[in-house]
Design a protein around this ligand. Structure first.
Ligand SMILES: Cc1cc2nc3c(=O)[nH]c(=O)nc-3n(C[C@H](O)[C@H](O)[C@H](O)COP(=O)(O)OP(=O)(O)OC[C@H]3O[C@@H](n4cnc5c(N)ncnc54)[C@H](O)[C@@H]3O)c2cc1C
Length: 451
C-alpha cells in the first residue's frame, strides 16, 4: 500500500485501555477540530479493575465492558480494530493488520499498549485450564472452567490474585493461593498490614500456601494439579497473577529508548523518538520520592499520564510528577491499601524513616457500621516529611490514602498532618480526639522528640 493510500490523523492513539482512552478523549476535549483515530487490538475496551468481580457474579460479565459509542463515537474519535505491526518514526506511519485500513500516517502518535501478564517459567504453565487475567476473554474462560471445578488455585497473592481467589471462594470453590512471600499483599504493604490480610483470608476459608513457590503444573492434556514445594494440590483450574511486563515491542523495534521497566518517557510523556508519546503500563518514569526509575501499572496512573500527553500534543504544557502508586483493595470485611513508600521500600532506597501508628474506629463505636481502622504513616526521619502510608479498615481506606497522597505530593511534614482539620459526625466518623491521621502524625512526632 502506498503512503498516499494511508489514512492520516492529526493524532493517532494505539491502545483502548485507560491510558489510550484518556489520551484520546482529553485531546478531544481540548480541541474539537483535531482529527483523532484510535487503534485497538482488543475487541472491547474493559474496566480491568472490575473484571474479577464478574467471576462470582458480583457484577455481570457485561458490566466491565465499556461502550465505544459513548467513549469514542460520540466524541468523534475514529475507532479501528486491528493490530499495529510496526511504527516508522521517520515517515510518521504505521502498518496495521486485521483492520479496515492497513496503513496510517500521523502528526502525533500516542502509544498506550499496556503490559502483558507473566506466566511463570515452570513446566506445564501453559496447559489448558491455566489462565492469566488481562482481558474479557480471560475472564470468560475462567468463568467457564469454574462451572465444572470444585477447587481453584491462584498463583500470586497480590491484589489481583486475591480478588480472583475470593471470587472462587464466593462461587463455592475450594480456593487456594500460592504466594512466595511470607504474607499476601507483601509487595505493597509491610508485614504489619499484610499479616492482617493473611489472617482475614484464612479466617474466611482461603487456603494460603505462603512462603512457597509453584514449581510445576501437572497434567497431560489439561491441568490436573500444581506442585508447590513438596505439596501437590489437585485442581483443574489455575490462575497466574504474578505480575505484568510492559509491552514495549512496537517502540523497541522502532528504535525508542527502553529502560528496565518500560519505554523511557520524559515528564511530558514524550519518548526518545520525534512526535511519539507513550503512557500507561508500557512506560518507565521515576518514583516521585526516590527519583529512581520506576513503573506503576495502575489504571489511575495511566489516566493521569493520558491526560498529560493529551495536553502536550494539543499545544499545552503539563508534566507527570512521578509514581506514588496509591492502591487499595477489599478482601471480605476489610479494605487494605498503601501509598508511596512503605518502611521496607524506604530502607531499600536508603531512607531512614520514623513510623507513626494509630488505631481508631471508622465511626464512633456505638454507631452501626463502625469498625476498627489501623493506620501507619511513614516519614522521612531527616525532613519529617510524609513519604508513605498503609491502612486497613472496614471503610474509608481509599479516602484517607488519597488525602495522604496529596500530603506526599505537597511535602507535608508530621507537624502539618498533626494540624489537619477534619469534619466529624459520630455516625460517619470517629470522635474528634481519635482522628487516625492526626493521632498517627502525633505518634511520629513523639518518636521524633517533637511533641
Ligand atoms: C484484573 C485486574 C484488576 C486491576 N485492578 C486495578 C485497580 O483496582 N486499580 C488500578 O488502578 N489498576 C488496576 N489494574 C491495572 C490496570 O488495569 C492497568 O494499569 C491499566 O489497564 C493500564 O492501562 P493501559 O492503557 O496502559 O493498558 P491496557 O489497559 O493494558 O490497554 C492496552 C491496550 O493496547 C492495545 N494494544 C496493545 N498492543 C497493540 C497493538 N500492537 N496494536 C493495537 N492495539 C494494541 C490493547 O488492545 C489494549 O486496548 C487491574 C488490572 C487487572 C488485569
Amino acid at each position: 500500500m502506498t503512503a498516499s493510500a494511508a489514512r492520516h490523523y492529526d493524532l493517532l492513539v494505539i491502545g483502548g485501555g485507560p491510558g489510550g482512552l484518556a489520551a484520546a478523549r482529553f485531546a478531544r476535549r481540548r480541541n474539537p477540530e483535531l482529527k483523532i483515530g484510535l487503534i485497538r487490538s482488543q475487541e472491547r475496551s474493559v474496566v480491568p479493575c472490575a473484571m474479577p468481580y464478574a467471576l462470582d457474579r458480583t457484577i455481570s460479565a457485561d458490566d466491565f465492558l465499556k461502550s465505544d459509542e459513548v467513549l469514542l463515537h460520540q466524541a468523534n474519535i475514529d475507532l479501528y480494530l486491528g493490530v499495529v505491526e510496526s511504527i516508522d518514526p521517520e515517515n510518521r506511519s504505521l502498518k496495521v493488520t486485521g483492520s479496515e485500513a492497513e496503513a496510517f500516517t500521523y502528526d502525533e502518535l500516542i502509544v498506550a499498549t499496556g503490559a502483558q501478564p507473566i506466566r511463570p517459567p515452570i513446566p506445564g504453565a501453559d496447559l489448558p485450564g491455566t489462565h492469566v487475567v488481562k482481558d474479557a476473554p480471560d475472564i470468560h474462560a475462567i468463568a467457564e472452567d469454574m462451572k465444572s471445578a470444585s477447587r481453584g488455585v491462584v498463583v500470586g497473592g497480590g491484589y489481583i490474585g486475591l480478588e480472583v481467589a475470593i471470587a472462587f471462594k464466593n462461587a463455592g470453590l475450594e480456593s487456594h493461593v500460592v504466594e512466595m512471600l511470607p504474607v499476601c499483599l507483601g509487595n505493597v504493604c509491610t508485614e504489619l498490614v499484610a499479616r492482617r490480610a493473611l489472617d482475614e483470608l484464612v479466617e474466611h476459608g482461603i487456603i494460603v500456601h505462603n512462603g512457597q513457590a509453584a514449581r510445576e503444573v501437572l497434567g497431560t492434556d489439561h491441568v490436573e494439579a500444581v506442585r508447590v514445594e513438596d505439596t501437590v494440590i489437585e485442581t483443574p483450574l489455575v490462575v497466574f497473577a504474578i505480575g505484568v511486563r510492559a509491552d514495549t515491542r512496537l517502540l523497541s523495534e522502532a528504535g525508542a529508548e527502553i529502560g528496565r521497566f518500560g519505554v523511557v518517557v520524559d515528564d511530558r510523556m514524550h519518548t526518545s523518538l520525534p512526535h511519539i508519546w507513550s503512557v500507561g503500563d508500557c512506560i518507565e518514569h521515576r518514583n516521585f520520592i526516590t527519583g529512581e526509575p520506576a513503573n506503576g501499572p495502575l489504571a489511575t496512573n495511566a489516566v493521569v499520564q493520558g491526560k498529560v500527553a493529551a495536553v502536550n500534543v494539543t499545544g499545552g504544557r503539563r508534566e507527570f510528577i512521578g509514581f506514588i502508586n496509591p492502591s487499595v483493595t477489599r478482601l471480605f470485611e476489610f479494605s487494605y491499601g498503601s501509598t508511596g513508600l512503605n518502611a521496607d521500600k524506604a530502607a531499600q532506597a536508603g531512607i531512614e524513616v520514623i513510623l507513626g501508628q494509630a488505631d481508631a474506629f471508622t465511626r464512633d463505636k456505638p454507631f452501626p457500621g463502625s469498625g476498627p481502622i489501623s493506620l501507619v504513616l511513614v516519614f522521612d526521619a531527616k525532613t519529617t516529611r510524609i513519604i508513605g502510608a498503609e491502612c486497613v479498615a472496614a471503610e474509608g481506606v481509599a479516602e484517607r490514602l488519597d488525602a495522604l497522597t496529596l500530603g506526599i505530593i505537597h511535602h507535608l511534614t508530621m507537624a502539618d498532618l498533626a494540624e489537619m482539620h477534619f469534619s466529624g459526625h459520630p455516625p460517619q466518623t470517629d470522635v474528634p480526639a481519635r482522628m487516625a491521621i492526626v493521632n498517627a502524625a502525633e505518634d511520629a512526632m513523639r518518636k521524633a522528640g517533637l511533641l
